[in-house]
Write a protein that binds this ligand. Structure first.
Ligand SMILES: *Cc1c(COP(=O)(O)O)cnc(C)c1O
Length: 350
């Protein structure tokens, strides 16, 4: 079987960011917890405030180009990072972009939603229970674009396709190289789990490089069973795309659904506390939807005694999302007040 990196290099890709992103330690928070804590900074990819999506879009845009597309069409929540980064990537590559967004409670012209307007994307806001159900609207818009003489390329929610998962295979190989460079043998790697694209690609690459620690996914929306089914789906598709035979062993991994809160994007107390903990210890921003939830999961595992004072090496994958913080400013203000961080400041908002 061909080496994974060599196989990966055979897929067309349009560069959207410099790589590798940094892997660095979090010495202050690590010392507080008694662990050797590191973070992979995929929030620092180059495109429009960064995140995981540039790695995914590098492969999707190459596919769109090969199909002769002139317009990227995608969907997401009102504060979709994916919408921001798809719109930015389209503009940078001379393509049009349409984003179908759900009319949810975070639809202030702030954060990610502000940026899609600045990129001149066509923005369609749709009443939908769940932004994971917007696919049909997006496919209908693709048909209209094609009927009007354009050529649409549809990218699903969260940008996840077998092809885009290759971006996280690349990230996993990069992480494995950085483990070698810094002589790390991690006891666990944590990642947020949305559709599972980031998780699946990273897991496959780490396994192929012989890194056999638990890879721990913290769900941001679905229950454990659904996450497991999504992992099965992307794992099979990715192993087929990359001609992995025999398929590598997937275990040990964990998928936790206890940190979602009421629904996707719910800024739970634990998430807001994690954002505050990371900010105060490390001067590092997390987001309320993905990296904040992942860190809440990690901190809860520490509080339960799992890693605390073990001195073990733990790696968090920061996938970005920080612009959404600004759309959540009211709930964050309330949280800061509840935690005594605003002291006697009068209400700042009117
Ligand atoms: C889209 C996104 C993810 C994606 O995770 P998947 O499991 O691949 O869907 C993770 N983090 C952030 C900040 C994102 O915007």
């Amino acid at each position: 079987m061909k080496d994974l990196a060599a196989t990966l290099a055979g897929f067309p890709r349009e560069r959207l960011t410099r790589l590798p992103t940094p892997l660095h330690s979090l010495p202050t928070l690590g010392a507080q917890l008694g662990v050797d804590l590191w973070i992979k900074r995929d929030d620092l990819t180059d495109l429009a405030l960064g995140g995981d999506k540039p790695r995914k879009l590098e492969y999707e845009i190459a596919a769109a180009r090969a199909a002769g597309a002139d317009t990227l069409v995608t969907c997401g929540s009102a504060q979709s990072n994916h919408a921001r980064l798809t719109a930015a990537a389209a503009r940078q590559r001379g393509l049009h972009c349409t984003v179908i967004l759900s009319d949810d409670e975070w639809r202030a012209i702030q954060g990610n939603l502000l940026t899609v307007f600045l990129f001149g994307a066509e923005v369609v806001i749709v009443e939908a229970e769940d932004h994971w159900d917007l696919e049909q609207y997006a496919l209908d818009r693709c048909a209209e674009i094609d009927a009007a003489g354009g050529r649409a390329h549809y990218i699903p929610v969260s940008g996840t396709t077998p092809l885009s998962c290759l971006g996280y295979v690349g990230a996993g190989l990069e992480i494995a190289d950085q483990f070698t460079e810094y002589e790390l043998s991690p006891a666990a790697v944590y990642a947020p789990f949305g559709t599972g694209g980031v998780f699946t690609g990273t897991l496959l690459a780490l396994r192929e490089r012989g890194i056999d620690c638990p890879v721990i996914g913290i769900s941001v929306n679905r229950d454990q069973k659904t996450c497991e089914a999504n992992l099965d789906h992307w794992w099979a598709a990715l192993c087929q795309l990359l001609a992995r035979s025999p398929v590598p062993r997937r275990e040990p991994y964990e998928l936790h659904d206890g940190y979602v809160g009421r629904h996707y994007g719910d800024p739970t107390e634990a998430t807001l506390d994690a954002i505050l903990t990371m900010g105060e210890a490390e001067g590092l921003l997390l987001d309320p939807v993905y990296s904040g939830k992942m860190t809440a999961g990690f901190l809860d595992h520490c509080a339960g005694g799992r890693w605390i004072n073990s001195g073990k090496t733990i790696v968090l994958i920061h996938t970005g999302g920080v612009p959404a913080l600004f759309a959540y400013h009211e709930v964050i203000e309330d949280h800061l007040r509840a935690r005594g961080r605003l002291a006697d400041l009068p209400k700042l908002r009117n």
